[in-house]
Design a protein around this ligand. Structure first.
Ligand code: SF4
Ligand code: SF4
Length: 262
């Protein structure tokens, strides 16, 4: 998900799809370009993508990050993004691609389910609200864009079961924006605080061990009903992790998380 400044809206490649507008698209196994889009990708993964994929693969978030992800620090940010590591074959295929199509289809990442759209987030100065913005941007080889079937953005989001992904990715994008300024100081982006923050953002199983296996619950107030949920619910725990990052790095309290005794 791109962070957009107002001037970016006219500069970005692709056709912006506004409310009420539609785009033509259909993808199906019989199409000539089938699976061509699942190779040699810079596919960024967001925290909820990690959760769904590690659940799908029935491995821990630690194993998932180790096997499938490269962390990259992009210009203008002081926090790493995650790139899905492509397979080491001539075509650099997605590691989840099978001859029948996507092998993790029900849990495919946000970017894959939003495709051929790309979602950006812009902050509307007048209201201070964040607003998602969508661009139709299939690659030239994608034949699906010549199909007649028309979609509005909400229709596409519903069809691709992308609503939860978009909602949680926006939560992440809003937090990630705070890393435009360097929070690490002298210890730098490889220091202990950065490692803890990386864990809370991307490594939900490790973060659960931290919450329940350290002095965390002696130091922070978490509502009892939420405490029960986060024992099993990875998405809720991820959101608590986002709140913890804000408190840990910037002292920002939330309804979910407050320091004890203060
Ligand atoms: S390139 Fe486009 S039409 Fe072809 S398989 Fe990918 S999404 Fe579908
Ligand atoms: S996760 Fe699935 S849809 Fe996404 S690139 Fe890989 S095979 Fe294609």
């Amino acid at each position: 998900m791109k962070e957009l400044d107002p001037e970016d809206l006219d500069r970005l490649p692709g056709l912006r799809i506004r409310e009420g507008e539609s785009f033509g698209f259909r993808c199906h196994p019989g199409i000539g370009c089938f699976n061509r889009c699942c190779r040699n990708l810079n596919l960024f993964l967001y925290p909820y993508d990690v959760i769904r994929l590690k659940q799908c693969l029935q491995i821990s978030s630690d194993e998932f990050l180790d096997r499938h992800v490269d962390a990259v620090l992009r210009p203008g940010s002081h926090f790493p993004d995650l790139l899905l590591r492509m397979a080491e074959n001539a075509e650099k295929t997605c590691p989840f691609l099978t001859t029948e199509g996507c092998g993790v289809y029900a849990d495919r990442p946000d970017t894959c389910r939003t495709f051929p759209l790309e979602q950006g987030l812009r902050n509307v100065a007048a209201t201070g609200e964040d607003e998602p913005v969508f661009f139709f941007r299939p690659p030239d080889f994608c034949l699906g864009r010549h199909e007649q079937k028309q979609w509005t953005v909400p229709e596409w989001v519903e069809d691709q079961e992308a609503e939860t992904y978009h909602r949680l990715t926006i939560r992440w994008a809003v937090l990630r924006r705070m890393f435009r300024n360097d929070p690490w100081g002298a210890e730098g982006p490889a220091g202990a605080r950065a490692k803890m923050t990386f864990m809370a953002a991307y490594n939900v199983d490790r973060f659960r061990e931290f919450v329940f296996g350290s002095s965390f619950l002696k130091r922070f107030k978490v509502k009892p009903e939420l405490l029960i949920k986060i024992k099993k619910d990875d998405a809720q725990l991820m959101l608590l992790g986002f709140d913890w990052i804000k408190l840990f790095l910037w002292g920002i309290r939330s309804q979910r998380l407050k320091p004890k005794g203060r």
